[in-house]
Design a protein around this ligand. Structure first.
Ligand SMILES: [Zn+2]
Length: 299
């Protein structure tokens, strides 16, 4: 993957690394239980609305204030200019390319896409959805339209989640941006309403799985659109597939407790995650990412 061919985001990355972070804390996971918290440490794509237990009604109706990026100084930076290092460059270009891809897709549909921002941090930082720390993994906060990414996650992926690699890391970012796309399209809101109305936990979880698989598919759509520009090879695609397999709920549960409980899935199985990523990647068409109209057992 030649990520240096991708366009930068033009100031969309907030560099909060080295800002000292926030000790302890963590997104409000109270009551969900230690096991789940342990799992959270492993998989990315946590949706704070899920973690916060449905959240407060209607607040995901985000006031998408257009960001004036050129004016924005990275917040919480501790003076050191780190904006030129490789990790920053990489994240900036992947984000910039998602901006480009989704702006174009939205435009074709007669809509306007508001670019999300991405906060790069170490240890911990404050998000619009609560305190973020390394244990939470990358996530998108619909309340401030920002993706939060702890830089140590990439090395964790390398050691624990299928080996990592440029395109695998890009998939993580594109997946989180996929949640922003859902937010922009109003899908996140309608799903949250359905989740709150769900009668059983299994039913609520099923909506979460549909959301996550759609974000995987949207990540695939992005991959399709930058395939030539970034010279995505078959080996790159295998990296992303390996990561999608590693973070399937079945795989994570098997690792964490030795058994698998499909009703408790919130992100989908390894096979489902791979399939939906590939659906987006092969088609490049977000309309193929409708994970909501299919029967649940057909996903
Ligand atoms: Zn997700």
């Amino acid at each position: 993957m030649d990520w240096k061919n991708l366009p930068g985001s033009g100031g969309g990355v907030e560099d909060r690394r080295g800002a000292g972070g926030l000790p302890g804390g963590g997104i409000a996971v109270g009551g969900i239980g230690g096991l789940i918290i342990a799992l959270i440490a492993l998989f990315f794509g946590i949706d704070p609305s899920v973690i916060l237990g449905g959240g407060n009604g209607g607040t995901t109706q985000t006031q998408s204030q257009p960001q004036t990026r050129s004016q924005t100084q990275p917040q919480g930076q501790s003076g050191s200019s780190q904006a030129t290092d490789e990790a920053y460059q990489f994240v900036d270009r992947v984000l910039g390319s998602t901006d480009q891809v989704w702006e174009s897709i939205f435009k074709q549909a007669g809509r306007t896409y508001t670019d999300p921002r991405l906060v790069l941090y170490t240890r911990g930082t404050q998000s619009g959805c609560g305190t973020a720390n390394s244990a939470v993994g990358p996530f998108y906060c619909p309340l401030d339209n920002k993706v939060y990414l702890d830089t140590s996650f990439f090395s964790m992926m390398q050691s624990q989640l299928g080996g990592g690699g440029d395109f695998a890391y890009s998939y993580v970012i594109a997946h989180e941006v996929g949640h922003h796309v859902q937010n922009e399209l109003g899908i996140a809101d309608s799903v949250e309403r359905k989740q709150r109305a769900a009668r059983t936990e299994a039913e609520a979880n099923s909506y979460s799985v549909r959301m996550e698989l759609q974000a995987d598919c949207f990540a695939g759509v992005w991959g399709n659109k930058v395939q030539q520009q970034a010279n995505i090879t078959q080996a790159d695609v295998q990296e992303a597939v390996k990561t999608a397999q590693a973070i399937g709920d079945d795989n994570l549960q098997r690792q964490a407790r030795g058994s698998v409980v499909p009703d408790s899935f919130t992100h989908g199985s390894s096979q489902q995650r791979v399939n939906w990523f590939m659906t987006g990647f092969k088609s490049g068409d977000p309309n193929q990412c409708d994970t909501f109209s299919k029967a649940y057992n057909q996903l």
